[in-house]
Design a protein around this ligand. Structure first.
Ligand SMILES: Nc1ncnc2c1ncn2[C@@H]1O[C@H](COP(=O)(O)OP(=O)(O)OP(=O)(O)O)[C@@H](O)[C@H]1O
Length: 594
């Protein structure tokens, strides 16, 4: 094992004189407490180490010991339903409220194991050896490590309880070697886990938020970013998606955010019931907490740990969503470490490699065929907190280049308490047009046309409102007043959706499709009525308009009878207005000459 002696220390970075060879990105143990660090630079007679823990007490002369392996995390059962720090050390254990600094020994936990292979069976990297879990009912797959050479199973443990550091499978590899496998394996956090092939994304990840699913959908295995100024609702939006999206597993990385927000998230997740399984939501969630009071450099580790954990579940053939709140805090940590190293600063003081680090992170999102031949996906969502809400700053700018969806949170909407405060004219989804077929299957055959219509209305609304401020709404032609009325309906009845409403915090695709269709029918009907001389103000006063405005808050998912009542009411209401218009037209027409 190589060693080195610290010669200089500045916060989380230190320089050391090596005795022996170190590798770039090798994990090291620093000082008497064996704090975890990583070699980030190697010069001729010096190594530079970034330490991921509090370095108080370290001084020149402190020993640095190489671990002979890249910075890795231990993946296995016991991740779901728990909270970890950025280095995947468990937090929140009532018997062990404080994290012991340093690497320490891993304490083996017991899990139920059931084999899926037997002696003589072939076994290759990434294939399932068996199933594991805390209880017999809820099992995950126990995978052969992705770096295992192909071989044959010599012996495998029978069904029962085993410690996660006990050997449960012995393999003879094709090159004549032997490998002893446990339920856990280590994987370097900066190395993407291998897959058989990356697949194109054909369907969206459903978030339950109408503005996202209908206007700016995110692909399963895609990437999205949520830039927003202070208090515009990034955390609430990410948490809402975490609660209701249709992923099998959620990995939530709290990176540099307030500790009380994380505590609130955990308390809420423990109480909430997963609508799909009927079990507590926390059971399908892994929380990685690196709050603002924890060491700054560990933010980097928490991001990579999070994505590695997400890939581990993806390799079991699951759909995983990773949320990072916030990537700006990680970028700030990169800036701090770079500054302490005396590197040449780039834009706004961030290091020149900020862009490539962001790209590395978002690149790991994908829908894939796993080594075992299953399909799995990692969808990545990152919050961005631009200082003073300035979207031209480097983190937002670089992130924009690597994500497929951008949901820009608007301070003015948030001030008006219009949530989610996603600005429909500044946001985009590159994948949206590919999901028309999926929406057809959900029963919304006109999704593409309606989406375009809604977006056009909102665009026209922005232009007309500027005009209305100058000349006044009453002086505008009827057609323009109707555009404003329809846009108001789209905004208030469809895009507005409170995360705290018992009825509306989540909408299934079926409910979204019904609401979209009803609003679309109203818009078409209103346009036809305008041609017959019905003023937009008369439409705004009808009970049906008011009912449409309230439907999100009043009609819950599954109450299709009330939606069809509304549909019938809409038909009747439009017909009544049409009849009134025809009668009026009839009264005005001069009687035919006899
Ligand atoms: N979708 C929503 N529905 C209802 N209320 C919301 C929603 N989003 C945000 N809010 C309100 O806005 C407040 C601030 O939201 P949040 O904490 O998510 O902002 P943030 O952008 O994460 O803030 P910060 O920049 O401090 O991290 C919330 O406490 C909540 O009252």
């Amino acid at each position: 094992m190589s060693t080195a002696t610290t010669t200089w220390i500045n916060g989380p970075v230190l320089r050391a004189r090596p005795e022996g060879d170190f590798r770039l990105r090798e994990a090291v143990a620093v000082g008497p407490q064996r704090l975890l660090g990583e070699v980030i630079r190697i010069a001729r007679d010096e190594i530079v180490v970034q330490v991921y823990e509090d370095t108080s007490g370290l001084r020149p002369g402190s020993p640095v010991e190489g671990r002979g392996a890249l910075l890795s995390v231990r993946l296995g059962p016991g991740l779901l339903g728990r909270i970890f720090d950025g280095l995947l050390r468990p937090l929140g254990d009532p018997d062990e409220p404080y994290v012991t600094p340093g690497l320490g020994d891993v304490v083996g936990q017991s899990f139920y194991f059931r084999p899926l292979c037997g002696p003589g069976d072939p076994l290759a990297a990434g294939q399932a050896i068996g199933e594991i879990g805390l209880v017999e009912g809820a099992l995950q797959q126990c995978l052969a490590p992705p770096d295992l050479p192909a071989g044959t199973v010599v012996e495998v443990a029978g069904a029962g309880e085993y410690r996660d550091d006990e050997v449960i499978c012995r393999v003879r590899t094709a090159d004549g070697g032997r490998r002893h496998l446990t339920m856990c394996h280590e994987w370097p956090v900066r190395v993407p886990r291998p897959v058989r092939v990356r697949l194109p994304s054909e369907e969206p990840m459903v978030t339950g938020q109408r503005i996202i699913d209908c206007l700016f959908p995110i692909a399963r295995g895609g990437t999205g970013a949520i830039p927003g100024g202070f208090g515009t609702g990034k955390t609430v939006l990410l948490e809402t998606i975490a609660k209701w999206c249709d992923a099998d597993v959620i990995v939530y990385v709290g990176c540099g955010e307030r500790g009380n927000e994380m505590a609130g998230l955990l308390a809420e997740f423990a109480e909430l019931v997963d609508p799909r399984s009927g079990r507590p939501l926390l059971e399908r969630t892994v929380v990685i907490a690196n709050t603002s009071n924890m060491p700054v450099s560990a933010r980097e580790a928490s991001i990579y740990t999070g994505i590695t954990v997400a890939e581990y579940f993806r390799d079991q053939g699951l759909d995983v969503t990773l949320m990072a709140d916030s990537t700006s805090r990680w970028a700030e940590a990169l800036r701090e470490v770079s500054g302490r190293l005396g590197e040449l600063p780039g834009e706004a003081g961030y290091p020149a490699y900020l862009s490539s680090r962001l790209a590395d992170f978002y690149e790991r999102a994908a829908r894939v065929r796993t080594l075992a031949g299953n399909q799995g996906a990692v969808t990545v969502l990152g919050a961005v907190s631009p200082p003073s809400g300035d979207f031209s700053e480097p983190v937002t700018n670089h992130t924009r280049r690597y994500v497929g969806c951008l949901w820009v949170l608007d301070a003015r909407r948030a001030q008006a308490r219009f949530y989610p405060a996603i600005h429909p004219l500044q946001s985009y989804s590159l994948a949206a047009t590919g999901f028309a077929r999926w929406w057809h299957e959900q029963g919304c055959t006109r999704w593409e046309g309606l989406r375009r219509r809604f977006l056009t209305l909102i665009e026209e609304q922005a232009r007309l409102e500027r005009m209305a401020r100058i000349i006044g709404r009453d002086a505008m032609p009827e057609r323009q007043r109707l555009t404003l009325l329809c846009a108001q309906l789209v905004e208030q009845a469809f895009l507005r959706q409170s995360a705290f409403s018992a009825v509306d915090r989540y909408a299934t695709p079926a409910r979204q499709a019904v609401m979209m269709r009803l609003i679309g029918r109203f818009i078409e009907g209103a346009e036809a009525l305008l041609a017959q001389g019905i003023a937009p103000e008369r439409l705004a006063e009808t009970p049906i308009f008011r009912a449409l405005m309230r439907m999100g808050e009043e009609i819950p998912d599954g109450d299709w009878d009330r939606f069809s009542e509304l549909d019938q009411g809409l038909t009747a209401g439009l017909r009544e207005l049409e009849g009134g218009a025809a009668d009026a037209a009839g009264a005005e027409t001069p009687p035919a000459e006899v």
